[in-house]
Design a protein around this ligand. Sequence first.
Ligand SMILES: *Cc1c(COP(=O)(O)O)cnc(C)c1O
Length: 434
Amino acid sequence: MPDQIDPARLRALDRAHVWHPYGPMPGRQEPLVVESASGVRLRLAEPAHGRTELVDGMSSWWSAVHGYNHPVLNEAARDQLDRMSHVMFGGLTHEPAVRLATRLVEITPEPLQHVFLADSGSVSVEVAVKMCLQYWRSAGRPAKRRLLTWRGGYHGDTWQPMSVCDPEGGMHELWSGSLPRQVFADAPPDGFDAEPDEAYARHLRELVASHADELAAVIVEPVVQGAGGMRFHSPAYLRVLREACDEHDVLLVFDEIATGFGRTGQLFAAGHAGVSPDVMCVGKALTGGYLTLAATLCTSRVAEGISSGDVPVLAHGPTFMGNPLASAVACASVDLLLGQDWELEVKRIGAGLRRGLAEAAGVPGVRDVRVLGAIGVVQLDHEVDMAAATRAAVREGVWLRPFRDLVYTMPPYVTGDDDVARICRAVCAAAKEG
Ligand SMILES: *Cc1c(COP(=O)(O)O)cnc(C)c1O
């Protein structure tokens, strides 16, 4: 073990040398130093606002659904480490990757039969887009190379994903001039339970129909738009998209990187609508938050289309494709999830969030409070003061990361009722202070 760096020096080195997400260099906000984590608690290297332990309300950005330092996942990692941490995937294969791919095929909608293992969510979206474009090129229709999405989405930070993120007010607005120009529908009307809006459905159908000749695919986050604004919409619009895509020869891609593995109350959000996409991306909770891994699944029609073209290969192959360590932990995480009554846990957390966040509705400056699955959102009528909101949450002993006009939480599924209540108190305090 190397000598430990004391926290103050660590913060100084961090500030001097290390980029943080969406941050300037040097960083403006001082990050908290986490020394270790277990269960739903992050242990800090030095006290912050009187706290040395924080209940994690973020699941490390949707990923740590089983909490930290889980004995089953630790064992899976250790066991795989003793065999091999990594081996190239070109010309070689191994049990962890094959097992994981087979498992994903089993638990996702039936038409999805083939799996490309990618090393991050953004890369899995790049692969999804490449699959769709190449499918049409192989079919002799190379003009079909644009994408359609609805506003308010988020699909990652690399180039193609950025081109289908919300074009306004988002993190990628800066690049709008140099990104591929995609077709944008209006954002879906709010409300998971809302009666589907017929005019909006017509808008989607018309847009798909009028651009069909140049569209390779429609790509959306089903049911929950995450980092683009934490908005929920009716599953009915997914059925509208499926029908329109079928009618006009356009592929349908669901980005389930945030919504997958039970977060919305269905194993995959597509389940709310009872429709299957042609291509689907998963990531985030895939390894239970242990290691970076994502996957792009596609139907046999897409795979066969690509593989019978004049360039009959999918030209993509990350160095760490199918990483055995990440795949082994992912298998263990999926088994852990399916081996328990995860639906009950997600419902329990959802009920706790509804109870605990109800009081936020009366707070001045709060525009909306909404809960779906194990996701709780308080939307303000102004931009949140991130520093003040985070400080308020830390005082309550909770880790939150508000953004834009949102204070939100998606706790690990193992969060106990008392800790869910504590997270809710922190969200309310953050909404007041922020
Ligand atoms: C996080 C996210 C991504 C990007 O995944 P990374 O692993 O951060 O590259 C893409 N799509 C959605 C819906 C996401 O929530």
